[in-house]
Write a protein that binds this ligand. Sequence first.
Ligand code: FE
Length: 347
Amino acid sequence: MFKKLLLTTSTLLAAQACFAQDAQVLNLYSARHYSTDEALYDNFTKATGIKINRVDADDAGILARLKAEGTASPADVILLVDAARLTKGDADGLFQPIKSKLLDDAIPAAYRAKPAADGGTAWFGFSTRARVIVYDKVKVKKDDVDTYEELADAKNKGKVCLRSGSHPYNLSLFGAVMEHTGEAKTEAWLKGIVGNMARDPKGGDTDQIKAVGSGECQIAVSNTYYIARLLRSANPDDKALMEKVGVVFPNQSSWGTHLNIAGGAVAKNAKNPANAVRFLEYLASADAQNYFANGNNEWPTAKGVQVTNPALQAMSGGAFKSETIPLAAVGANQAKVQQMLDRVGFK
Ligand code: FE
């Protein structure tokens, strides 16, 4: 059981009043927006007796709120859904180093911040999601959409639907492309995508998949868990939609499919830091990792945890090649990517 609080300044005082310092409380700021996580949090409270007070907002909203609150912030744990924002939170000094042998042992180095000089780690990734291409199986050949580069190819003119270029999922994908192909090629690529759009960017990833289903476009980009959710849906409309669309993990014969990370950190001014570390350690447990895998259809990061999710299995064919680039680079490229989006008119 936990309180949900709206993210407005008017509720800030009330929030601070009820976020009293208490050994049996954990104040969580979360950008995870998945209803299946409720069970994940309930399970922690049942196991530990620690009550969770949760604030829901998006990644940028949480980072802004932490900055505004400063030392008065009641936040103990921060959960974000984008590696670049985790890196930014660290760079902005909003987290405190975590020292946990359990987390160091459980989470591979590729899915966490580089250790600081004192051996502490700023954040750990607890699940991954791939950003893949969805297409109309009747009108588009898989071969024509099996690389990110082809989103910009003239053969796909008038066919592409995307959410806003400035959304963190796209900013991180574009930042990764810049890391792989360089600045000039990335800008030309973004310009090509704008030229291929069936309509201006709008909506979330699920809306793009539905736009392929309705025939408004024929090619879209989505995080894997949105696709898995539709694949597992009992709704006849969703079933019909997923009959129509194909899914491709791009760039299997080059640099691999873009992966993003959802992860957690301990707030710089945490009032309950021990509970915060305990919560993050819980997220690395087999139980919690299973919630990520089967509740929200993400891939778990903890060593030795097996995925038993038929939708993820069916979608990826079991294994796929994912990119290997420094996470910090993806974040560092985003300011340049944003300027490119402005120059090429990518909304
Ligand atoms: Fe999402």
